[in-house]
Design a protein around this ligand. Structure first.
Ligand code: BGC
Length: 755
């Protein structure tokens, strides 16, 4: 059957299955996707059902040549094992045309099967469409969080959706909703940082944008919340190592993002590969069924993470056989298994159903959810890459958006003596491993999983060195660096000291090269010794040193910080990182990023901003104590500007909130400097006394505003009791009567809440 015939056939199949004979218009509205799925389910064999629950990686059906499928392997997977879903790349990103070919061949194969159920293809578009060459990469979530601009998050997600769909892919394994409270974690960059409210609001914005206008829209993709739950909280900081999480902490800091995401309408969810309190999440009926399905009301598809079912047997040792692992996970609530390297799941689940270890009702429930998603995505209408979507790839305006996002992420941590912005007459020595690296500006999930292979980045990708030259001309720029992060030239202290003689400032580009997941595990957050030595050598020249940090997590810089005159936190900001860095350095962009985490001072000083009161106290002897327990190198919310903002008094609409009443909180903000700029007004709350120890502060709202030099604006927030809630000892989210302080910048006001 050719492609058009397949599409017609799918349409007919859907309409015949469900529709009362009463006209096309009515057909479309009368029958829900769930009902269509139900009807199709009724015609399926056990093999066909289990196949739908099976997801394999592209490598299983491809040749070793990237973008070339193996027809026999494809037939075996789709016809033989009836797999319903495929994911991933074999090695690196493909062109959009290659994706069209690959996906068309895959759907062609599906069209030859008895029920012609289309394949659901999923990819990791984490910070832009990772796996299509020349796609637009945005800042990692950690950088997006620094922008404090939820609108930008939505816009970037829309472009990601468009570029995925333009590539023919309708399912995105994003957003990451793990809360970044453990800076050692190798996936810290994928998080929105340590704050729950930022994670909640940005995650929900991304989801709404991915799924905007319904999943049939050629500009939408199905989102996938991940990694449910608590993945980021591993005790050692190493990826996929045990998490010990009291339920009160889980509900306060890790669950709210998922609750908000479910409310935002997310269509699928991926499970945490780790274990919590000794229970692998893939085997946790409590978390997957009781909490996620029953309490949160999640209706979408629950997919495992990579190979995580068999690992219940091979790594976690809670299932004594592979079949027990399969039964355990499916009974806990898993709908689809990212197997992904073989068909063992299919075989074992079939056996388990045969032996009555997994009830048919559970299989039907899972398959119905998967089929419903496929209907919603329009795959039954037309599973092929859509013409209407293809034109949305790589549009010029995406580059402007990527630049804007990177600019707004840039966080100026230090600027002694207003050294920055630099004049264009400055002679700059550009040094350090990140000076001529593209991968160190982009990080994980950038055209390859690890993001390190620079040959796959777009040709117009720029290094920091190149953008500095573009600003001030080659004659004013010196460098002691070579191409690539690990080039030995980059850490040569002697060369640096010698070259500094002819420079006015040293731009020292340090940090981390790209890494993803477990390969990014580290034993120590300290910046590598050779980088520290380079910083010391730079400082020893007596020339002012500006440190640019390109890194996915806060590497410790406490020892060198006092000797740096300027520090710019650049995170991993995607395709336009270098341009944004230079725009800030030379004053073409006034920085407005704010730290989305507390930059730790040392391994022993990793207190977070929303700490408990006793974390503030440093008791020396009885009453002899200080209150400086929260002592990060730079606090959460920190970020300098080239202008100054002054805050007036906070004005409250009332001195109390009663019941469901609302409170208007307004504050005037003035740009008192001489440069236009943006600033984020952050509203924190603090309850004075509560039934469990109150947090010292919690971010409850934020608004980013733009002010011309001399301009004032009044920012208004509206709060109600829900904005002040916390999880109490009975694990309920409550707002207790009491006195609350509201803190905005250096201003404070108080009010009372009564039920
Ligand atoms: C990661 C997921 C990702 C999956 C598929 C896993 O290793 O943990 O975040 O979605 O691979 O690529």
């Amino acid at each position: 059957m050719n492609r058009t015939a397949f599409v017609i056939c799918l349409g007919l199949l859907a309409s015949q299955l469900i529709v009362p004979r009463s006209g096309i218009a009515q057909r479309k509205t009368a029958v829900s996707d769930g009902q269509k799925a139900e009807a199709l389910l009724g015609r399926m064999t056990l093999d066909e059902k289990i196949g739908q629950m099976t997801q394999v990686t592209l490598g299983v059906v491809a040749t070793p040549v990237d973008g070339v499928l193996d027809p026999a392997a494809l037939k075996k997977a789709i016809d033989g094992y009836k797999v319903g879903s495929i994911l991933n790349v074999t090695n690196h990103a493909l062109t959009a045309d290659q994706w069209h070919k690959v996906l068309s061949e895959i759907q062609d194969e599906a069209s030859k099967t008895r029920l012609k159920i289309p394949i659901l293809y999923g990819l990791d578009g984490i910070h832009g469409q990772t796996y299509t060459l020349n796609s637009t990469l945005f800042p990692q979530n950690i950088g997006m969080a620094a922008t404090r601009n939820t609108g930008l998050v939505a816009d970037a997600a829309k472009v990601t959706a468009k570029e995925l769909r333009a590539s023919g892919v309708r399912w995105n394994f994003a957003p990451v909703l793990d809360c970044g409270r453990q800076p050692l974690w190798s996936r810290f960059a994928e998080t929105y940082g340590e704050d729950v409210f930022i994670g909640k609001s940005m995650g929900a914005a991304a989801i709404k944008s991915y799924e905007e206008d319904g999943l049939r829209s050629p500009t939408a993709v199905g989102s996938c919340l991940k990694h449910y739950l608590g993945y980021s909280a591993s005790r050692t900081g190493k990826d996929r190592t045990p998490i010990y999480l009291p339920e009160i902490e889980m509900r306060e800091y890790y669950l709210p993002q998922f609750r908000a995401a479910v409310e935002a309408g997310a269509s699928s969810l991926m499970v945490n590969s780790g274990e919590i309190n000794g229970v692998p999440v893939h085997a946790s009926k409590y978390l997957l069924t009781d909490v996620l399905r029953k309490e949160l009301g999640f209706q979408g598809v629950i997919v495992t993470d990579w190979e995580d079912i068999i690992r219940l047997h091979t790594r976690h040792y809670v299932a004594s056989t592979p079949r027990e692992a399969v039964a355990m996970a499916v009974n806990a609530g898993i709908d689809m298994s990212m197997v992904p390297m073989d068909f063992s799941f299919f075989i074992l689940l079939k056996e388990a159903v045969g032996k009555g270890e997994v009830p048919m009702s559970r299989i039907d429930d899972a398959v119905k959810r998967i089929l419903t998603l496929k209907y919603k995505l329009g795959l039954f209408d037309d599973p092929y890459p859509e013409k209407a979507a293809a034109a949305n790839f790589g549009r010029p305006e995406y580059q402007a958006l990527a630049l804007n996002a990177a600019q707004e992420a840039m966080t100026l941590l230090k600027n002694d003596g207003h050294l920055l912005p630099l004049s264009r007459n400055t002679r700059v020595l550009v040094a350090g491993p990140a000076a001529q690296s593209i991968s160190a500006l982009n990080g994980c999930w950038s055209y390859t999983w690890q993001g390190q292979q620079e040959q796959w980045y777009p040709e117009d990708s720029k290094t920091i060195l190149q953008t500095v030259i573009a600003k001030i001309g080659a004659s004013r720029v010196l460098t002691t660096t070579g191409k690539g992060f690990d080039n030995p030239m980059n850490t040569d202290t002697t060369g640096l000291v010698a070259a500094a003689t002819n420079a006015d400032v040293i731009l020292l580009c340090l940090g981390e090269n790209a890494y993803a997941e477990s390969p990014g595990n580290t034993r120590d957050l300290a910046l590598p010794e050779e980088q520290v030595n380079l910083a010391k050598a730079a400082a020893s020249t007596g020339k002012p040193v500006i440190l640019v940090l390109t890194e996915g997590r806060p590497r410790l810089i406490t020892g060198i910080e006092p000797r740096m005159k300027g520090i710019l936190m650049a995170y991993w900001c995607g395709r336009k990182s270098a341009e944004a860095i230079s725009d800030v350095l030379f004053g073409d962009y006034n920085p407005d990023g704010r730290l989305p985490f507390s930059y730790p001072r040392s391994m022993g000083e990793m207190v977070l901003y929303d700490r408990k009161p006793t974390e503030d106290i440093r008791e020396i002897f009885n009453a002899n104590m200080t209150m400086d327990g929260y002592n990060p190198l730079f606090p959460f919310g920190w970020g300098l500007s080239y202008t100054t903002f002054e805050y007036g008094r906070i004005l409250l609409s009332s001195d109390r909130i009663k019941g469901d009443g609302k409170l208007a909180v307004s504050i005037p903000v003035k740009n008192t400097g001489s440069m236009a700029g943006k600033t984020t007004v952050e509203l924190y709350s603090h309850e004075q006394y509560a039934s469990i120890t109150p947090n010292m502060r919690r971010l409850r709202a934020f608004k980013k505003i733009f002010l011309k030099a001399g301009e004032s604006k009044t920012v208004v927030f509206t709060l109600d009791r829900k904005d002040l809630a916390f999880v109490n000892a009975a694990l309920k989210t409550v707002t207790e009567p009491g006195t609350f302080d509201l803190i905005i910048a250096d201003q404070k006001a108080s009010f009372a809440y009564t039920p």
